[in-house]
Design a protein around this ligand. Structure first.
Ligand code: SF4
Length: 421
């Protein structure tokens, strides 16, 4: 891949669609203001969260160091609970495994999952001639726009309400008051309700997995995860290997810290799923497939994560809870939204992309040089991830591979000449 070409395209998007966009500015101002107020309230009301976050860092360090053993243990536990488990080394393998379970001609409802964005799962299943609906409201908007998420937790953070109203009219034929967010939410609710009840398959990610019990914890507010993982006959979860911790107690602590730093005092729902639905109500005969799904499939995916775990310069990226707090603190993200990002978003996203989605490092080179190394993200991060440090390590790799963006290269050459004079 030509680094010059990647740089030109990226810079154009970053400036034209991001920094120069009035709608991005309006939406980001609203979102950052709202995040700061809500997260301050959440931490004020639950001050012990800060101590718990330190413990979560220790849990993540221990878990990533033992990821192979923990994934094996999690698989055994899920299988004991009557779920089926799989291990995918790459994005392609993960999609193929899920594609085989889903088949074609099916209706699929999806909960928000950055991991499935990483593998382009929706697009893969659509190519197999399935109808696939994102059911998280932000993701649904992103699907209508045929775009990609612009924040780890709030995928449509850059889309103001006025633009949402236009999209709903165009794609689902719902005319709503553009100043009224409640009307917009109600319109999407009406549209997706029928999809939930007729879907054959529900797909989710997971925030954290407890290996000892074989339990996934999924945090949500909208109730779409409950419906997507509870109504269809088949539930498939796609989970990164970095999500596994040892005990349920540890998993709940990781979940609690995640939602607090994601600005929730308490989320609407915390789902714990360990297997397919079952009943023993007739003569105590255990029967799988009661009211919920008859089948649960858990797909663990590596896709570059084990390489990250083995690299001391980048291992800490795997501790990321995807709470999104750092993005609201990033001065570049504040004016460009997710245009600062290749597939994942912002500084931490750039490190993730380097290992998981980029076909070669040239694809993330401009993003690595977008970071201003201010370290404001570190002050916000519950698990003290030093993204700026990783960005410097990534730049070292890029320099060694001659993949520095041309303008940056010229800038440094100019400085060098100036110093030599
Ligand atoms: S790097 Fe830290 S603040 Fe940013 S999303 Fe990950 S855990 Fe949250």
């Amino acid at each position: 891949m030509d680094v010059n070409q990647v740089y030109e395209t990226y810079l154009k998007d970053l400036i034209d669609k991001g920094a120069h966009s009035r709608s991005v500015r309006i939406a980001m101002d609203r979102a950052i203001h709202s995040y700061r107020t809500l997260s301050a309230n959440a931490l004020r009301r639950f001050p012990k969260t800060i101590e718990k976050a330190k413990k979560v860092r220790e849990i993540k360090e221990k878990s990533i160091a033992n990821w192979e053993k923990l994934v094996e243990q999690a698989r055994e536990s899920f299988e004991r609970n009557h779920a089926k488990t799989y291990f995918a080394r790459t994005a392609k393998e993960a999609n193929e495994i899920i594609g085989k379970i889903v088949g074609s001609g099916k209706t699929v409802v999806k909960g928000k999952s950055l991991t499935s964005e990483e593998t382009h799962l929706r697009q893969y299943l659509q190519k197999l001639e399935n109808e696939v609906y994102e059911t998280d409201l932000g993701e649904f908007i992103i699907q209508l726009l045929d775009s990609r998420p612009m924040h780890l937790l709030a995928p449509a953070v850059n889309i103001p309400r006025e633009q949402v109203a236009e999209l709903l009219k165009k794609y689902i034929g719902e005319k709503v008051d553009p100043s009224n967010v409640s009307e917009e939410v109600a319109a999407v609710r009406r549209f997706l309700r029928e999809k939930f009840t007729t879907a054959d398959v529900g797909i989710s990610g997971a925030n954290v997995i407890a290996a000892e019990t074989g339990t996934m914890v999924i945090i949500e507010n909208e109730g779409n995860i409950r419906l997507a993982t509870g109504l269809p006959d088949v539930h498939i979860a796609l989970v990164g290997i970095e999500k596994v911790v040892e005990t349920l107690e540890e998993a709940m602590m990781v979940a609690e810290v995640t939602w607090r730093y994601a600005d929730y005092e308490m989320p609407g729902y915390v789902n714990l799923i360990s297997g397919p639905s079952l009943t023993g109500d007739i003569e105590k005969v255990l029967t799988y497939g009661a009211h919920g799904p008859k089948e649960l499939h858990v797909v663990f995916i590596d896709n570059g994560r084990s390489e990250m775990a083995n690299d001391p310069s980048f291992r800490q990226a795997l501790y990321c809870l995807r709470c999104g707090a750092c993005l609201y603190e990033c001065p570049v993200y504040a004016v460009t939204a997710g245009y600062y990002g290749h597939q994942y978003i912002g500084g931490i996203g750039t490190v993730w992309d380097a290992f998981t989605t980029a076909h070669d490092l040239a694809e993330v080179s401009p993003h690595a040089y977008t970071c201003v190394l201010c370290k404001r993200c570190k002050t916000r991060c519950p698990v003290d991830i030093d993204t700026a440090d990783m960005m410097v390590a990534l730049r070292e790799k890029l320099v060694n591979q001659n993949l520095v963006p041309p303008t940056i290269q010229q800038f440094f050459e100019g400085m060098q000449e100036h110093e030599d004079e």
